[in-house]
Design a protein around this ligand. Structure first.
Ligand code: FES
Ligand SMILES: [Fe+2]
Length: 444
């Protein structure tokens, strides 16, 4: 059996990791709605916020009518920072000479110009449409008519069933995207050794959404570090299935998806999932947005925020980070694989931030367990090609109006169960749950 998979050519590598304006990879990402902030960072009547997305310096704000605007950070007249500007009913008024920029980036007033000139209409300034969903602010930065807003059920769910967090990492987004398509790493860097799980003061680790088992996710991952990985393309991306040995006569099967152009789903909630967006700030830093849906239970948002504050600084950076070497404690390595504590996003930071130069990704020597990474790169390169040829980029959802119930699962089954049936079973159970909820609404 072949153990090695193809790596990227240097030019393909650059196509994927460069996302500044005008780059092919950046153009791909801009053709889809992308998270640019969280609603909690931009409350009603809140201050304008300078942000950077894919190498573009922008200011995110609410105008006096509370409409969200995302426009170029520097005034188109002579370039001062508009995050200091006055907030008015119709937009931001620059402190230097009073130009007024609307939420769509149009120049609406130039009080220092002689009256009667139409120069304002000629002013060009970046302005991107925004939408709020699931506590996240999304923007479309691709120019022209935006595509339909994605129909994932988490973006349309009741707020109590949704929880959002985001992590800041000093690394290119592509490291994180690759990592979330890499099923075997979970059996190494994130592992607590089983004996210490059994005897540890923290008690058993959580089940992380695995159905049909009494064992923790950690125990399952530790049982088999070499999952079989199957991939199949769907119109909006890639379906990935991993199969691990489990208890005698059993198999542990997970199903998740890559969704164009920078999303990976994670089956970590029994009846729900995490939608993970990997959004470049520039080529050397990114945000990962984790948007969680639990269809069965409500989140305690206050407790969620407290837990987040335990592990993160207010600016979104993790408290364990490269500046403190992730607080690695080698005396803990008989207990934890990495000696970096128990919180996987801390380990992840090390994986993305303390890695070789971006150009060196073309030197990777990939194994069969990396098949989902390789398949996703092919899809992304194909989508970049399509745009360069003037064709439409692939869709970001299944087009099923009005909502796509995203499928993600993590289940222990009889070892003879066909993995394909896990997908069809999940589709059927989601469909019947949706029908039940329609019938109960009609009856009430
Ligand atoms: S620099 Fe903004 S109005 Fe002149
Ligand atoms: Fe990880």
């Amino acid at each position: 059996m072949m153990g090695r998979l193809p790596s990227l050519l240097p030019e393909q590598n650059r196509l994927l990791f460069q996302t500044d304006p005008g780059t092919p990879g950046g153009t791909l990402l801009r053709r889809y709605w992308q998270p640019v902030s969280v609603v909690s960072e931009l409350p009603l009547d809140g201050d304008p916020k300078p942000i950077k997305v894919m190498g573009e310096d922008l200011v995110l704000f609410r105008d006096g009518r509370q409409r969200i605007g995302l426009i170029g950070r520097y005034c188109p007249h002579r370039g001062v920072d508009l995050s200091y500007a006055r907030v008015e009913e119709r937009g931001l008024r620059c402190l230097y000479h009073g130009w007024l920029l609307g939420a769509d980036g149009r120049c609406l007033d130039q009080p220092a110009q002689p009256p009667g000139t139409s120069y304002a209409n000629e002013v060009k300034h970046a302005g991107y449409p925004c939408r709020e969903a699931a506590g996240v602010i999304f923007a479309y930065m691709g120019g022209g008519e935006p595509p339909p807003f994605p129909r994932y059920d988490v973006l349309a769910a009741q707020p109590e069933h949704v929880a959002v967090s985001r992590n800041y990492y000093e690394s290119n987004y592509i490291h994180d995207l690759d990592h979330n398509l890499d099923p075997s790493h979970v059996s190494f860097i994130h592992i607590q050794f089983i004996d210490s799980e059994r005897s540890g003061t923290e008690g058993p680790r959580p089940k992380m959404g695995i159905t049909n088992t009494e064992l923790s996710a950690n125990t399952h991952y530790a049982m088999d570090g070499a999952p079989t990985v199957h991939v199949e393309t769907v119109p909006y991306g890639l379906r990935v299935t991993t199969i691990r040995r489990a208890q005698p006569g059993k198999a542990f099967i997970r199903g998740f998806e890559f969704i164009y152009p920078n999303i990976v789903t994670a089956p970590v909630i029994e009846n729900g999932y995490t939608l993970q967006y990997h959004v470049p700030i520039d080529d050397h830093s990114h945000w990962r947005y984790d948007i969680n849906l639990d269809r069965d239970h409500s989140y305690d948002h206050a407790a969620w925020a407290r837990r987040w504050a335990d592990t993160h600084h207010a600016n979104g950076a993790l408290k364990r980070n490269r500046s403190n070497r992730y607080r690695q404690d080698r005396t803990q390595m008989d207990r934890w694989y990495a000696g970096m504590g128990s919180f996987p996003p801390d380990h992840d930071g090390y994986l993305f931030e303390e890695t070789w130069a971006l150009e060196a990704r073309a030197d990777e020597q990939l194994g069969v367990q990396d098949i989902a990474i390789v398949a996703t790169r092919e899809l992304m390169l194909g989508a970049i090609n399509a745009i360069q040829d003037g064709r439409a980029p692939p869709p970001a959802d299944d087009g099923a109006a009005p909502i796509q119930q995203v499928i993600a699962f993590s289940i222990v089954v009889d070892e003879h169960t066909a993995w394909q049936s896990c997908w069809t079973d999940r589709v059927h159970s989601l469909k019947s749950a949706a029908q039940d909820s329609v019938s109960s609404r009609l009856e009430s």
